[in-house]
Design a protein around this ligand. Sequence first.
Ligand code: HXC
Length: 267
Amino acid sequence: PAYPTLLTDARGSILTITVNRPDALNALSSKVIEDLEHCIGAVSEALTNDDGAWPVRGVVITGAGKAFVAGADIREMTDMTPDEAHAYSSRMQQVTLAIEQLPVPVVAAVNGFALGGGCELAMACDMIYAASTASFGQPEVSLGLVPGFGGSVRLPQYVGQALARELLFTGRRLTAEEAHNAGLVAAIFETVDDLLDGARNTLELVARQSPAAVALVKKTVGQTQGLPTRDGLKIEADAFRQAFTTADKAEGTRAFLAKERPSFPGR
Ligand code: HXC
């Protein structure tokens, strides 16, 4: 297979990537990180064209078996040097940035444990959906470690400083319901099947919108988080200008006024 530690399944334009190391609760070994890097890279490559073809309109990331991802691979970390640990952290951080830079939305479908690096992978996605059995946490301090794939930065962005610091200092896990109430999770589903259907249904809904506009919104939301309002608004106005250069905008507005369904050119 192209990616030994991943399963990939394309249904229409929705790609599902399943981390497939269930015996180690899908822990992010260097091999998994390499496979994710190549797989996300291939999606990005497939979408860097300006001919309006969008072979992928949305990505779901999930885990095989009872875990989403139970963290970085603790076994592999036992004999890493500090410099190797830095490289390991940086490499997966680059993967999280590559997910953020994809021009299509990515939904983390969290089917079970999302701990440490698993919670960090989920937070790099555009939305987190959870099965009722999911749990979330940053237990690094229980191992003498600290988050290395973005948790110290993204968790406070999702849940605010108060809860984020409590979770980072205690390693306490949140249930799916608690994570939902905290704003980490967008929606909860009873079963894993419902979860995957829910994630795909949302992306199908996205796939009916203008691809150019969706890409622009994803970029703008990503770029403006944490900026002073005034600076964020400048970026938004630039994005608004950019939308006016697209064929999708011409088609979308034309179709509305003609009382037709738009057929977006995708550029
Ligand atoms: C390597 C792991 C693993 C991990 C589980 N396993 N998590 N291996 N790395 N992160 C392995 C176990 O060793 C075990 O292997 C098998 O998966 C099943 O796990 P069990 O513990 O037997 O399952 P269970 O009793 O159901 O407990 C589930 C669990 C527990 C609560 C999720 O596995 C757990 O606490 N895991 C570690 C979670 C964690 O601390 N993650 C943060 C890692 S640090 P065997 O061979 O015995 O069957 C991190 C840092 C990120 O993520 C940044 C780095 C730069």
